[in-house]
Ligand binder design. Sequence first.
Ligand code: MSP
Length: 508
Amino acid sequence: MAENTFYLTTPIYYVNDLPHIGHAYTTVATDALARYKRLKGYEVLFLTGTDEHGQKVEKAATEAGLKPIELADKVVVRFQELWKRLNISNDDFIRTTEKRHKRALISIWEEVEKSGDIYLGEYEDWYCTPCETFLTASQLSQGKCPDCGRTVERLREASYFFRLSKYGDRLIEHIEKNPEFIRPENRKNEIVSFIKEGLRDLSISRTTFSWGIPVPDDPSHVMYVWFDALTNYLAGAGYPDVEEEESFWPADVHIIGKDILRFHAVYWPAFLMSAGLPLPGKIFAHGWWTVEGSKMSKSLGNVVDPFQVAAEFGVDQFRYFLLREVPFGADGDFSLAQLKGRINGELANDLGNLLSRSLSMIEKYREGLVPEPAEAKDRTELEGRLKTLFAELPGRFDGSMGELNFYKALSDTWRLVREMNGYVEKAAPWKEKDPETLSNVLYTLAEGLRIMALYLYCFMPESSEKIWAQLAIGEKIEGKDFDSGVNWGGLSPGLKIKKGAPLFPRVE
Ligand code: MSP
């Protein structure tokens, strides 16, 4: 693997449906981590894309009167537009209908076959098409799919099988030796019990439809859509053409939703072991969103359109809400009242006001010039407390980001935003008579805001850049070094600030 690199992925999204907030959630979270890692000096590969093969897409296309590729070509644009709209900094976008993906897929199939792990057999079981999952009778819930509750079909067909049963012990060993491999802990425990119940060989080809990549030397079969889809992560790293030392593989983290953990934490590592390839460092399964207390579903008509939320409330407001509302890993509820509450209470009041008040005072008392900090004469305690908190934050923040605990990273940062507000009240610059002390207070506010923007950048990139622009820093946060940037004292006195429009307008 190449040095000092960080490779992270989102799931690739099915093109049978338009993007909704669930998709936006995974991608925004991955973007936050990618941006953070870049600021930490890593060479980052952030991959997302679309999952375009399989029965589900074929069915949706038929219903729409289109060829599967025509449907894919249409829907993929919506995903790409959404990522642009949400300021997602993915370095690459992969479609499973691309040549490079097909090449990787055939290659891994052949490696797995060489290991003797593929055999031809016959498959008969229940199948849930919306979830693209085979189910045993005991997995059904009242005769329906346990995950989505929809009707399942009985399928019997010739199929190639992968000897998954052979990998149970090795998987358990890997999970035990690498406590960070599956996160969070409760999800890991579920996977461990699933493996310990005993793994059945897995059907990895289908003959009842044709929208997929044909099995090498037996084109009457197409590869199982999950075998196909998971390989995107290798293809995105240039497998099999890029030399191991040059490659971003293995991925550092796959960020996914809890519903697709088994594919990522059992099947995928087993395929990789069979092919003799290294395993990803971490698989993190986040929770699911309900909407105003109900499951989000087309039939209920409550599917939240991320384009609409962004248009109505703002991109950064939406991004902030997604990562601030619930701990990453837990389920959450998307409600307008909560969204508005966070925007008005935290973004408009706590942060937006702090910025506009601070800049107004610099305009009023110092003609808009960031003052030279002076040794405070009688306020050392106030500033001292604030500076101690600023000095403690990097360690806590790095720790939280390392655990993908975006919620904690944000709440710790917010604690400081609130401390800064408390500081303004106590320092009361509008009453201050001593010019040196006043300079010091104003510098402290401006410098605190500069640093806050660095912390918030990975969550709210546009607004954070705006804070820097209003402080007239003359440089972009993107491309900066986080560790030196968050040290106190980096702001140059003498900059002529440019107070702008309110960063986060209140919403009704
Ligand atoms: N194509 C597969 C993934 C293959 S990855 C090799 C797939 N696609 S998907 O479009 O159905 O879903 C992708 C992601 O969206 C999953 O991580 C899933 O958890 C997430 N979400 C879908 N609905 C969601 C919510 N209501 N809430 C949160 N995330 C949800 O699965």
